[in-house]
Design a protein. Sequence first.
Length: 656
Amino acid sequence: MLTLLGAVSKVSDISSFISRLVESGELFHPLKFTSQEAYQFLTETSIYENCGIICRIPDFWKKENGRRVSLSVGNDHPSKLGLDSLISCQPKLMIEGEVFTKLEIEALLRETEGLSFLKGKWIEINHQKLKDLLVSYENLSDMDLSLLDFIKMDESLVINEEVIPVELEVGSWLSDFRRKLVNGTDISTIPVDKSFKANLRAYQQDGLNWLSFMMKHQLGALLADDMGLGKTIQILALINQMRLTGLKTLLIVPASLLDNWGKEAKVFTPDLRLKKMYQSKEVFELSEADAFITTYGMVSKIEQLMETPFDLIVLDEAQVIKNPKTKQTKNIKQLISKNRIALTGTPIENNISDLWSIYDFLNPGLLGTHKDFTSFIKQKKEYEKVRKMISPFMLRRLKTDKRIISDLPNKYEHREYIGLSNKQIVLYKQLQKSVQQAVEESEGIKKKGIVLSAITKFKQICNHPDQYLGNQAYKEKQSGKFEYLKSIAETISEKHEKMIVFTQFKEMCEPLNDFLSDVFGSEGLVLNGSTPVKKRSDLVAQFNDEANYIPYMILSLKAGGVGLNLTSANHVIHFDRWWNPATENQATDRAFRIGQEKHVFVYKFITRGTIEEKIDEMLAEKVALSETIITVSANENWLMSMSDSELQQLFSLEVD
């Protein structure tokens, strides 16, 4: 009791209101306050609590959101389409969950401050707070809100950094629109014209519906389906529908895929007039074709492209424009079109900033400037915000999702840990010693060059001593990988199955070809950067021809990792690692795609105790970071930030 009375005495020294109640003795009896007394008591509760008295106060006084402006957006269809289209905004003044008009708030401002019982509830009449509420309301009343503004904002909005919170209420039209964007379902089905010679799978029909929906609303769309799910056929179905209404399309593809698109178009859209443009200074008329197709390299050489407006521009393998600083990317973004679509199975190929350039092509302004976006994503906590902004404009389905495709065989991945030969061990240790000394004696750009060169040399030793030494013998016993490859190849040969072998080194293709031709007793095929573009499709057709058994094909990862259909093989070997999981998966999916009838076995060769095993372990820790947004990414640049001691550990050889 003494403690309580001591606290009350403290309060009475500060509060005249409590002091009066103490002196009159009223404080020690039940009290009935007038509205003004109750208001004074509530405004002073923080004083009482600081003196050690616990106060139980009404909920309405404690609520932070008692006063707010509610903004109802998107009840009506906008008058025009696109990210810059203005959406309907209807602000409402809210106090304790009740709607007040502007005139009612102005009337409250003429009353004395305190508590008032209005609309069945006690509310606080605080002139400054009510004025702030009106300022936010008037700001919102005069505000033009675009679809882009809405997508970029959070669930709440602060106007001019006002204290008054603004609560968003998504209207019927906008709610339905956003759901269709994000889910890609419940969209009106686009009937496929009888001139289209294929039956679309259910998810492909959904893709066509979504792409048409995006075009209808003039929003850039990223079709990011997993490799092998048929992005090409979905686009051809869309272009064929556009043909019927006279709309014109420009397709931009890698040079290696130009013929492939032509062949697919002839099969599925025989009535489509497709004009290939692969010569400099080419001249064309929009009336001579329904769709025009060219390569990324040709865009800057065909001047007329920069001046001609198209109804739709489609980029295949859109990761080609991931670097916003290149002249090629800048030229692509200057092309004129009402609608834009990008296709890629690897939206993030090397790092998350790749996304910015693709989205800058599709929907400029969505992710801000490149500088701002790069700074933004450095904070891991912001990844979810990025995902929310990009997901409405991306449709991504995975082959491993049985809800999407149930008749695709399984894929089994194996990391094959392989020992080094004695000669490889000796060379590895010699290189390790020389690199360690060079790293310690260098810095800056010179040090970076030494590290990158060392990584390549260590990889070469892990493949075969002769690759590192520049010899031509390539004896099997001198390479652990060659010996292991032989054991796998012999099993494949016995089953009369086929395999594809990927290497990042062009110079490894022929030695591997010589080696495997002896193992299989027959010649295979080789495709690398030196293979003419026109010949590549012939090699693919030859390999897939079941009438003539060709046991293997060797491909350099850069030349053969995209756009090829090699489903006659069901064994994929990554002889050396690219250390970019997205790129490796893309290469694997030359075999693991629609049309594959057998289970696919993937073998990733890793030499034990070497740089290959250590970087593979490091990447496993980094994979989750990019998966937060979309997919997996990695490259070797992050190795440059390692300290000398970390580099020494990376380059060390750990063998039993």
